[in-house]
Ligand binder design. Structure first.
Ligand code: ADP
Length: 226
């Protein structure tokens, strides 16, 4: 078994647009090592979301393969891909996508309950994560009662609730003012480091990108180091 947690091998992703075919990923290669935090920095429309969705098994590559924890996922059934996604991959988006009618604590409990943990186990872990993200006192608040930075902290805690191997984040601080973005990234980084996760984080924020272990971009459908 390889030590690499996530690997893209010769990944192709195309979209049909009327008569034309848009090639977004072309023979894209990428690998993420254990414990690494990598920034994905590229202009809008370059294919960052496509790359993250493909790496996170939300979209299937047209050809090539995505390997998660040494397991090639290209030929797996949708159910098998869903199981790997649920267990090994956490997602954070630019907008928090928290469930509005549930509290912060309940939002973090939810994926754990789906995975089969007991209410008590899920509650304990959710409370721990909220404390770790320094928003323990906000546990019973609904998303609308939280600031943007707090909402993203909850979304990050929810993404790691099932102790995944990989965190994939699509502009997780893109909707925050620079100072709040810095704090939220700090919390995210501490959590990733503390739990031994690996992370691939798309960002437009060059200052945050500089704080990550390495930086990649997309050029003509390929992932290249910057
Ligand atoms: P980024 O995240 O870097 O802004 P995306 O991965 O969202 O880039 O999109 C890359 C390109 O692919 C864009 O030109 C976008 O319009 C196109 N695209 C994305 N998703 C689809 C889709 N489902 N169908 C057609 N084109 C798409």
């Amino acid at each position: 078994m390889t030590a690499t947690v996530l690997e893209l091998i010769g990944v192709e992703r195309r979209y049909r647009q009327g008569e034309r075919e848009l090639i977004i990923l072309e023979q894209a290669e990428f690998s993420l090592e254990p414990g690494e935090i990598v920034a994905l920095v590229a202009p809008s429309g370059a294919g960052k979301s496509t790359l993250l969705h493909t790496a996170g098994l939300l979209e299937k590559p047209d050809s090539g393969d995505v390997i998660v924890a040494g397991k090639p996922c290209g030929r797996l059934s949708d159910d098998e891909r869903t199981a790997i996604r649920r267990n090994e991959i956490g997602f954070v988006y630019q907008f928090h996508h928290l469930l509005p009618e549930f509290s912060a604590l309940e939002n973090i409990m939810m994926p754990q309950l789906v995975r089969g943990l007991s209410q008590a186990e899920a509650r304990d872990r959710a409370a721990q994560l909220l404390d770790y993200m320094k928003i323990g006192p906000r546990a019973d608040h609904r998303p609308a009662e939280l600031s943007g930075g707090e909402q993203q902290r909850v979304a990050i805690a929810r993404a790691v609730a099932n102790a995944p191997l990989v965190l994939l984040a699509d502009e997780p601080t893109g909707n925050l003012d620079p100072r709040t973005a810095g704090y939220v990234f700090e919390a995210l980084e501490a959590l990733v480091r503390q739990s031994g996760l690996s992370a691939l984080i798309a960002t437009h924020n060059h200052e945050l990108a500089q704080r990550m272990d390495r930086r990649v971009t997309l050029e003509q459908g390929k992932v290249v180091e910057v």
